[in-house]
Write a protein that binds this ligand. Structure first.
Ligand SMILES: Cc1ncc(C[n+]2csc(CCOP(=O)(O)OP(=O)(O)O)c2C)c(N)n1
Ligand code: SF4
Ligand SMILES: [Mg+2]
Length: 294
């Protein structure tokens, strides 16, 4: 993109052109099945980037493996389509090495809760300043519809002919329990609301998690169900962790919106503190160090 097309500071007396959501499309057309919920998420990301007037060279989208994890390819920004379940350690590394970049991690429910579940816990508790969007279709779409950790008990698939035996995970409640400092839920059938959640998540300082209900029309078409069974979350104090946990856990009408938000020092800020101390220490002589530890 040329400078005038991507926002940023204009020279004195010049006005900078406003970047439209379309400008964030890459030259690659999405390869998803027609009607896949992930289209709604992608459109919300284009609109979010336009809302923030993001500069593509300062924006990195990291994904794992799965249909949803193809998303970085379709966005005009830096992208890292990585390894199944490993998006969060990679996103963390990028943020620590280049704290000035905006880092967005995107992936599926299988990617983030099965093989990558352990990384989810640690990225959240570290409060690294990244946003993480999980596209949850309650199946492994890419590998032909096997059950995932969010599949309902009893769900019959080719890989679970007698029905799923385990209880499903609630990703938003889990993120609150793990210590994420921003937790929200959106639905790809409501992309405008999702856009607002993503703007808040990316603007939040700290680990921001957005659980997105994003149906797979090929293996579990649940659009009608979610259309009828989602409502906006009740007004509440977003710093009240117990209330956030309660509201995010309601299943009889699934709540959408921001459940929890709190500011805390981030991992990247703590690292910067360490680096600064190391730089000061670097000015000391080796003999001073030896004396210090004698
Ligand atoms: C290490 C490893 N194990 C297993 C796989 C096979 N695999 C590819 S995608 C996937 C699951 C994808 O499910 P999800 O993350 O929910 O993404 P979706 O396709 O539903 O968007 C699996 C198990 C793999 N690619 N790498
Ligand atoms: S298989 Fe499902 S998740 Fe994958 S692209 Fe098709 S509709 Fe989307
Ligand atoms: Mg999935």
């Amino acid at each position: 993109m040329g400078d005038e097309a991507v926002g940023g500071k204009a020279a004195a007396g010049m006005t900078r052109a406003v970047v439209s959501p379309m400008a964030y499309r890459s030259e690659h057309k999405p390869t998803w099945c027609p009607g896949c919920g992930d289209f709604g998420v992608l459109n919300a990301i284009y609109r979010t980037m336009a809302d923030l007037q993001a500069r593509p060279e300062n924006f990195v989208i990291v994904s794992g493996i799965g249909c949803s994890s193809r998303l970085p390819e379709f966005v005009n920004a830096y992208g890292f389509h990585s390894v199944h379940g490993r998006l969060l350690p990679i996103a963390t590394g990028i943020k620590l090495a280049r704290p000035e970049l905006e880092v967005l991690a995107v992936g599926g429910d299988g990617d983030g809760l099965a093989i990558g579940g352990n990384h989810f816990m640690h990225a959240a508790r570290r409060n690294v300043d990244i946003a993480y969007v999980m596209m949850d279709n309650a199946v492994y779409g890419m590998t032909k519809g096997q059950p995932s950790p969010t599949s309902e008990m009893g769900m019959v698939t080719k890989a679970s002919p007698y029905g799923v035996l385990e209880r499903p995970i609630n990703p938003a409640a889990l993120a609150i329990a793990f210590g994420a400092t921003f937790v929200a839920r959106g639905y790809s059938g409501k992309p405008k609301d999702l856009e607002a959640l993503m703007v808040s998540a990316i603007s939040h300082k700290g680990f921001a998690f957005v659980h997105v209900v994003s149906p797979c029309v090929t293996f579990l078409d649940a659009f009608d169900y979610w259309q009828a069974n989602t409502i906006e979350v009740e007004a509440h104090d977003p710093e009240d962790r117990s209330e956030a946990f309660r509201l995010s856990s309601i299943t009889e009408k699934t709540r959408l919106g921001v459940f929890y938000q709190r500011e805390e020092e981030t991992l990247d800020e703590k690292y910067k503190g360490l680096r600064d101390r190391a730089l000061i220490a670097g000015r000391l002589k080796v003999e001073d160090f030896i004396r210090e530890y004698q």
